[in-house]
Design a protein around this ligand. Structure first.
Ligand code: SF4
Length: 693
């Protein structure tokens, strides 16, 4: 099986579908021929349990990439000298000027193999990023969120309270905290109770005053969140915790791969919280915690955020995580028997062969599967492949080089010629572990197309750091009430036009219902503000309905997605509405911002780069410019219209070019400006903000 898929499905495909036509895909665009040959030699050892043999076809790959170096096996005396040797080679290659750090991958069979290599990279001050098999829930930053939510749902949950109190957010002294936890256990009360009564407890009177002060601040913080929990959605409460405690700001203030990874994992966890809010009627922390427990009990543990391959850092990955990726130089490490192939693990409940429906391969299926995994690792390399091993990984016995190494190299391994670490390296290994060095500024790998929408271009040109927060790190934010209101209005108007376009009769009640369904009552200043916006929205929709019912125009497109490529940039977006009438083609975008006069509407239309981009999109797709573009301000019913000139198109092209260049070059320095920062959703956590406090 390959990650749960039955291998026999492929093997028996032709028997099940004898009419199927076979096409062998043997051209390989990634790896040099010498690497493909080596991998092919290895996989032959799975014969006859291979599709090539069973089907009698030729699956020998032909590499279309020229060049490349013959794969090498490097054998070291100890695991640490292996790690140091790999780090040193990477350093030397980068210093030669022909490589960047991101050209390298160190592939490990399991998470535990990575540690020595990360440490060796640290010693050489080489930036790295690690993608292991660890799931999202095991990440420290996500555990912090889960602990907070569990405590908010049940303050008597002493275990999670302990974790939260000792976390990097509150940093209560672990020794004193343990005494409190012990006291609580002995008296069968919760840790929370102990912390709230700390000053009055004689048995704990000897605890340092500094600890007592911190504990009091912690309790007061918690009480604030507990008071909010019954009123707020899970996402909002969690977001409040991350921002009010300064945790998110701490992550954005210090630029490091580690911090960026944490932010991305938090964003993934927020995605989960959001999914929950979409399927539940009661989005409160207690129900979310029940839901999360069910997910975890069912074995759910989503993958962590993917490493950003454009970051100029060495990628340390498990082979499973490397599937589908490619690197100029690959080191497959710790290649000894017992580590790769990984020892066979017995299933918790062994299924008798007679009960397995699929046809089991002959021979040792575990070794065959490990060999296929080894093959996957080898074929991640484009130009150079190094297979490394060591004799001593600790323990009483020396290790044997993996059988896969000699199978791939086509000759027995030369274990006698071991490489050794220098004495200095051997001593330096005991230095305390550091975080990865900061990545050097890099650029998007050449030849890779970038994808942009109008909003991404606008974000980048407003402030490159904002673009990075939104699109790369995906720093979680709570939706602003204007966004919620705008979406509800948009959904209602779209529903109206879709009905109209399909010839169905639509009533005002239908669109008001669509508005109410999309109107999420979160994020408004207070209940009065929320009711006011809801009322205003419904009044505006009633006016819109009356005006549109009199109109003879039926749009040709509503919510029409578009995409086109311009100078290597894939631009995507959506036309809200396109009309075609006697006066030609009109592209219209709906807006919910407050515009009260025709003069203001005309000014907004004149300045709208978004409309220029839509005109460019229309021209690229339909080979003709639209006759007019317009903004329809739904609140007032005012429509501003204009034509698009060549100058306008030139302006938007310059903007696309500028944004694309900056993004390709990975230039994300902040460009703070008072207005931009005041309206930026990240102003609270951004270290460069120039907005209002
Ligand atoms: S707050 Fe200002 S400087 Fe920071 S990301 Fe937003 S716009 Fe840029």
């Amino acid at each position: 099986r390959w990650r749960g898929a039955a291998y026999s499905n492929v093997m028996n495909f032709m028997e099940a579908y004898p009419q199927a036509r076979q096409i062998s895909l043997i051209r390989n665009y990634r790896s040099a021929q010498v690497i493909l040959d080596c991998a092919y030699r290895l996989i032959q050892n799975n014969n006859p349990e291979r599709f090539e043999v069973k089907a009698g076809i030729n699956k020998r790959l032909t590499g279309l990439q020229g060049g490349g170096a013959a794969p090498q096996h490097l054998h070291f005396d100890t695991h640490s000298s292996e790690a140091d040797g790999v780090a040193r080679m990477i350093k030397e290659k980068v210093q030669s000027g022909d490589y960047r750090y991101r050209d390298f991958a160190i592939l490990v069979r399991s998470n535990s193999d990575a540690q020595s290599f990360l440490q060796a990279l640290n010693m050489q001050a080489i930036p790295w990023q690690f993608s292991g098999n660890q799931g999202l829930y095991s990440r420290q930053e996500v555990k912090l969120c889960i602990s907070f939510l569990r405590v908010a749902a049940n303050i008597a949950d002493s275990m999670n309270l302990y974790y939260l109190a000792s976390s990097e957010v509150y940093r209560l002294d672990p020794a004193s905290l343990s005494l409190c936890a012990h006291y609580a256990r002995r008296r069968n009360i919760s840790l929370y109770e102990v912390l709230t009564r700390l000053v009055a407890l004689e048995d704990l009177a000897g605890l340092p005053d500094a600890f007592k002060d911190k504990a009091a601040a912690f309790v007061s913080d918690l009480e604030k969140f507990l008071a909010r929990a019954p009123r707020e959605s899970t996402g909002r409460l969690l977001y409040g915790f991350l921002t009010d405690t300064g945790y998110l700001k701490g992550l954005t203030s210090v630029q490091s791969i580690e911090n960026e990874t944490k932010i991305q994992n938090l964003a993934k966890f927020f995605g989960l919280v959001q999914e929950f809010s979409l399927v539940t009627k009661e989005d409160r922390v207690a129900t979310f915690v029940n839901y999360l427990d069910l997910l975890i009990d069912a074995g759910d543990d989503p993958p962590t955020a993917e490493a950003d391959l454009d970051t100029d850092a060495v990628n340390v990955l498990t082979i499973h995580k490397a599937k589908g990726l490619e690197f100029r130089v690959v080191f497959m490490v710790s290649l000894v028997q017992g580590r790769f192939p990984w020892p066979r693990r017995r299933q918790p409940i062994e299924l008798p062969d007679e009960l397995i429906r699929e046809v089991l391969p002959a021979g040792d299926s575990h070794i065959q599967e490990e060999r296929r995994l080894f093959y996957v690792g080898m074929t991640r390399a484009k130009e150079e492949l190094y297979l490394t091993s060591a004799a001593d990984y600790g323990g009483s016995r020396l290790k044997k080089v993996s059988q896969f190494v000699s199978e791939a190299m086509g000759k027995p391994c030369e274990e006698a010629s071991k490489q050794k670490a220098s004495a200095l390296e051997a001593i330096s290994r005991f230095a305390p572990p550091q975080e990865s060095a900061a990545p050097a500024a890099g650029s998007v790998a050449s030849g890779r197309q970038i994808h942009l929408s109008y909003y991404q271009i606008d974000d980048y040109l407003t402030c490159p750091l904002k673009y990075k927060y939104v699109n790369i790190l995906r720093v979680p934010i709570m939706e602003h009430h204007t966004v919620i209101y705008g979406r509800a209005m948009h959904d209602a108007v779209t529903k109206y036009f879709l009905f109209k376009k399909s010839g169905k009769k639509v009533e005002l009640g239908d669109i008001l219902e669509a508005f109410r369904q999309s109107f999420d009552p979160q994020g408004f200043l207070d209940i009065k503000h929320q009711e006011e916006r809801s009322r205003k929205g419904q009044e505006a929709l009633a006016r819109f309905f009356a005006a549109e019912e009199k109109s003879k125009t039926t749009p040709v497109f509503i919510e029409k997605d578009f995409s086109f490529t311009w100078e290597g940039v894939r631009i995507t977006g959506r036309f809200d509405r396109v009309d075609q009438g006697p006066e030609g083609t009109l592209i219209m975008d709906f807006k919910t911002s407050e515009i009260k006069t025709q003069k203001d509407a005309d000014k907004r239309v004149k300045e709208s780069l978004q409309l220029d981009l839509y005109a460019l999109a229309y021209q690229s797709i339909f080979r003709v410019l639209p006759d007019k573009v317009a903004l329809y301000f739904l609140e007032s019913g005012i429509i501003g219209t204009r034509q698009v000139s060549d100058d306008d198109l030139g302006k938007i092209k310059d903007n696309i070019r500028m944004a694309a260049e900056g993004i390709r070059e990975q230039r994300f320095a902040a460009t703070p400006a008072y207005m931009a920062c005041t309206y930026c959703a990240y102003s609270q956590i951004c270290p460069s903000s120039a907005g209002r406090e």
